[in-house]
Design a protein around this ligand. Structure first.
Ligand code: C2E
Ligand code: MG
Ligand code: MG
Length: 635
């Protein structure tokens, strides 16, 4: 029989050991060990019970007791479960004379058990489990021992609750930490974790002179998939994409989902730049077969931008921004393609960062201007229009390429403002030309970027500018690239329809430089195709160049569209596109882009005037001259 002193020494021992950071299993082990020391029993066991679940925690003072604990759980019967269920101590002083546990008793007797006493581990009205005391001989337990055992069980329950609460808190904080760093849908690292890995890569690049690369992948037409098949389908697709991409990254690379349909792969410690291109190829291959989701098959393509830093160069999150910029270039060309921004050479990266900042003040500082490239009629070289091209003269870096300016503006959100300025300036300039040369039919073409077209209120801005500048809408040609169709075809359709309703004309720019889907030509209300310079350059070198330009021109004509050939530099190219029936052309052969005032001069005197001194040597005769035209042309 336990005396007061022993019990209180066990309790204070319990208190000392358990008050600290004792794990649950440790508490149970301690409980069963101490109890066989102080009570007249052969063994003790304890089982924690969670309704509907297999017991997580079992402890026993010896192997037999452990078997008895498990046996009761397996049978779903026994003093332990009874104490747990009723909340009352259960006493079985003689196993052979008890008929409450018909399944458990025979097995227990066969294993040499004489008596068992079970005590609930109580907390409030509920129970956590039960403590079992086993004896190999029959006989009741002294009431004071019964009370002492229940006291120990209660104390253990209190510590267990404490430990459980601590453990749950730990699990929650682990889960929270994981969820703060991972995307809930795909389980991939999120932007925060990517940022941490990038910092890690930066330290590593600094230490080991390694290079890093970022691949920015954005699904083409994801929004369309979402709208067509519903968001749950879109979610499934993203999960499937995450799975395929996970399979192509190298161990040690970080694949993150940074937003909606955007994935980023960070490659640290690159041995060769070629490794990135291999990775890009594997990313492409990952999209070759269609995604089969619940019986629906969708074929997806992806636009990828790549940026990398040279050995030992500072790696910053600008690498992501630049990969994103490159990705936009890929999109601009119609998606399903790669673009690389090569940042090797820290000065280039630094320059771009500065440009990003400087563009904000460029507009107000009068550094932005427009140059106009004449568009001529191939038949007779007559001037039919002028394409406005953005020019940024940086105070220290001089002329910044238009594509760089536009991609930076698309990134930092200035494209809306800059685009509106370009449009208004173009309309005003055309107004001035016509004021000087009344009655001259002359179109003005303005490039519109993907982001700009998709901005809410774009059509309203166009309408306002047309009205404010008293511009004839039919003389305005907006030049779009195929990129607008892959992002959100439905929205593009409705914006383009609104523009058409205003009377504005539309041209598909750089046709053939990117994804080049002829399907777009039928679906979208464009008036003109501008054949990319890339095809024109092939004329004279590669017979397929002629064949492609010819085929596209024929197709355009079948669809009732006019064709402009871009980038004509030689008489041979001019002759070829003219022979194939391209109505219009532009290129250095006729004129470089010139200041607005020079267009006025051309209207006055034609190319033979003095306006185009900045241009290349001009052809001596024939159609390679800009003449003032007398009828309306297309873009
Ligand atoms: P784009 O609309 O296809 O414009 C034609 C580009 O080709 C211009 O380059 C022009 O200078 C160049 N080019 C014209 N003829 C020849 C030629 O015979 N040979 C060669 N090698 N090049 C020729 P630029 O001005 O650098 O503009 C590049 C692109 O930037 C434009 O391509 C257009 O997509 C974009 N862009 C220019 N201005 C704007 C703008 O105001 N807004 C938007 N969104 N994009 C613009
Ligand atoms: Mg253009
Ligand atoms: Mg073009």
């Amino acid at each position: 029989m336990v005396d007061e002193d022993t019990l209180s020494s066990v309790l204070s021992d319990f208190a000392r050991t358990l008050i600290t950071d004792f794990p649950i299993q440790g508490i149970l082990d301690h409980l069963v060990e101490r109890i066989v020391d102080v009570l007249a029993v052969t063994a003790a066991g304890v089982t924690l019970i969670s309704p509907g679940m297999a017991p997580h925690y079992v402890a026993a003072s010896n192997a037999d007791a452990l078997d008895f604990e498990r046996l009761q759980t397996e049978l779903g019967q026994g003093p332990c479960l009874a104490a747990y269920e009723t909340g009352e101590a259960v006493s079985v002083p003689d196993m052979r004379r008890d008929n409450r546990f018909p399944d458990f008793a025979p097995a227990a007797i066969a294993a040499g058990m004489g008596a068992v006493f079970a005590f609930p581990l109580r907390h409030g009205a509920g129970r956590l489990g039960a403590l079992d005391l086993y004896r190999d001989t029959p006989g009741a337990l002294d009431p004071r021992d019964m009370a002492a055992a229940q006291t120990l069980a209660d104390v253990a329950a209190a510590y267990l609750l404490n430990a459980q609460a601590r453990q749950e808190a730990l699990e929650i904080s682990d889960r929270f930490r994981a969820s703060a760093l991972h995307d809930a849908l795909t389980g991939l690292p999120n932007r925060v974790l990517l940022q941490q890995r990038l910092e890690h890569a930066a330290q590593r690049a600094h230490r080991s002179h390694s290079q890093a690369a970022v691949l920015f992948a954005d699904l083409d037409r994801f929004k369309w998939v979402n709208d067509t098949y519903g968001h749950p389908f879109g979610d499934e697709l993203l999960i499937a994409v995450a799975r395929r991409l996970s399979a192509v990254v190298r161990p040690g690379d970080t694949l993150a989902r940074v937003s909606g349909d955007e994935f980023v792969i960070l490659c640290e410690d690159l041995a060769h730049v070629g490794d990135v291109m291999n990775l890009a190829r594997r990313v492409d291959e990952a999209f070759l077969s269609p995604f089969d989701l619940a019986g629906t098959q969708v074929t997806m393509t992806v636009s990828v931008g790549i940026a990398y830093s040279g050995p030992g160069e500072t790696v910053t999150d600008q690498l992501i921004t630049h990969a994103d910029l490159a990705m936009y270039q890929a999109k601009r060309l119609g998606g399903a393609t790669h673009q690389v921004i090569d940042l090797r050479g820290a000065s280039t990266a630094g320059d771009r960062n500065r440009l990003d900042r400087d563009l904000r003040s460029a507009m107000t500082g009068g550094q932005l201007d427009l140059a106009y490239q004449p568009i001529v009629r191939t038949a007779d070289g007559a001037l039919v229009g002028a394409e406005a091209l953005l020019r940024w003269t940086h105070p220290t870096q001089g002329a910044i390429p238009a594509l760089t300016t536009v991609s930076i503006a698309e990134q930092n959100g200035l494209i809306g403002g800059i685009g509106a300025w370009v449009l208004k300036r173009s309309c005003l300039d055309r107004g001035n030309w016509l004021a000087e040369h009344p009655g001259q039919p002359l179109d003005v073409s303005v490039n519109v970027s993907v982001r700009q077209l998709m901005t809410a209120g774009f059509c309203a801005t166009v309408a306002t500018i047309l009205e404010a500048t008293r511009m004839d809408p039919t003389a305005l040609v907006l030049e779009l690239t195929e990129g607008v169709f892959i992002e959100d075809g439905n929205r593009a359709t409705s914006v383009l329809a609104d523009l058409k309703a205003m009377g504005v004309r539309l041209a598909l720019d750089d046709f053939g430089s990117g994804y080049c889907s002829l399907g777009y030509l039928r679906r979208f209300p464009v008036d003109t195709i501008k054949i990319d310079q890339g095809f024109v350059t092939d004329i004279g070198h590669d017979p397929s160049g002629v064949a492609i330009v010819g085929a596209v021109t024929n197709l355009a004509h079948v669809l009732g569209l006019s064709v402009t050939a871009e980038g004509i530099e030689t008489q041979q190219q001019h002759d070829a596109v003219a022979a194939m029936g391209c109505e219009h052309a532009q290129g250095f052969l006729y004129s470089h882009a010139v200041p607005a005032a020079d267009i006025s001069s051309i209207l006055r005197t034609g190319l033979d005037g003095s306006a185009l001194r900045s241009g290349p040597p001009r052809p001596a005769s024939g159609a390679g001259r800009v003449a003032v035209e007398s009828d309306r042309g297309a873009a």
